[in-house]
Design a protein around this ligand. Sequence first.
Ligand code: GAP
Length: 462
Amino acid sequence: MIEKNNKMEKIVSLCKRRGFVFQGSEIYGGLAGVFDFGPRGVELLNNLKKIWWESNVYQKENYYGLDAGMFKHPKTWDASGHTTGFSDPLAECKKCNTRIRVDKVLNSIDVDADEKLEEKELNEIFDKYRDKIRCEKCGAKDFSKVRKFNLLVKSNLGDFTSEGAEPVYLPGEACQGIYLDYKNIVDSMHPKIPFGVAQIGKAFRNEISPRNFLFRVREFEQADTQLFIKPKENKKAYENMKQDRWNWLLSLGINESNLKWHQHENLVFYAKDAWDIEYKFPWGFDEIEGIHDRTDYDLTQHMKFSGTDLNYVDQETGEKYIPWILETSMGLGRLFVAVLDNAYKEDELGGEKRVFLSLKPQLAPVKVAVFPLLKNKPQLVEKTREIYKNLKKEFKSVEFDDNGNIGKRYRRQDEIGTPFCVTIDFDTLEKKEGVTVRDRDTGKQERVSENDLISFLKEKLS
Ligand code: GAP
């Protein structure tokens, strides 16, 4: 058993050491709430995106892909309700100015408080428990009143005069791009309702206290689908959508015991019903994906604010209505951490302790690693490079490694979840006895002829 908090530290350390995730702007001391995906991380992230796109666009009928621009007309965020209703409660330590997210701090001492409560109610609860709350930085118990802090991130795009200009915000949620393009999609693709739009897009939030690695950050990516349905035909479609998202997570190899449902009691301003899928992170169950019944809220608002008719007209019956929207919204950074946590294993192999990621081959950042048994034998190295090049053509993400002894190379590949390592030795060269293929999970090795190597790996990796 790996101790829980310790496990998170181990995952964060592995991510840095093995090139998965780096702190943003690290050489300048870092920028809170921003992370970069390194060479191995970007492969895992792209694999997740590819699988997501495959299941949410290609394998579905009547779903369309979209990649909307990030900047949007300022009125977008008034219409969506974000300029007024998208805020978190904060209080500031009067001694060292550290800001705390009041609802989260209250929850951590088992007090029921939700970010959606009004400022007045939050202040009443906070005042009751003030003497139990210390600043995590300086230890003082002297906090300001609770204020609601808007999470939208402002830009100065096009702001040449600055006076009176409305700010252009970075997206607080990626899905607004889909609502703004709904009419364009209807007019160009002529979809029949129900139809869906899928998009992977960035979102930015001025989180008061970013924490838990990629879990609560200020810049992140959301993989969203919006299903446009006939008004009031939400019940069955919503249940199907929930089941579909649950099954998708299982298809990634996530253990069902690491997942659970959470229904929102206090709904966000746009939702009629909202369920989260939570993952059992080392610090406890927490949200990875939200499934929301948004009714006609978004299109009605955009119709009102833009003055553009957003009614859908059924070409067969002539019916005219504002479609209702069912949404799935997954934070890819959170999914990334969940997938790593789910795959992280420690065991003993050949009398030695090791760490390995039991990632499904489709997710593994490196599919195959290729080693010459010895690095100082030119013939071996030459043959290894030839095999490496052929494998790279086929499997793309393939690594050549001649650093350290074979045992160390295996350990490094295990830690990044490479399903197979191929070693080229003197028997490959002299006796034409093929190569050794070693399996990550079992550590078992088998001899495979050079001619069969690609088809052997293809079958195992599929
Ligand atoms: N369009 C709906 C929407 O944005 P949300 O519940 O605010 O709903 C959806 O966000 C998902 O985005 C969450 O389930 C989570 O995975 C991810 N997410 C939200 N805030 C985040 C943050 N600060 N850092 C990382 N991921 C975040």
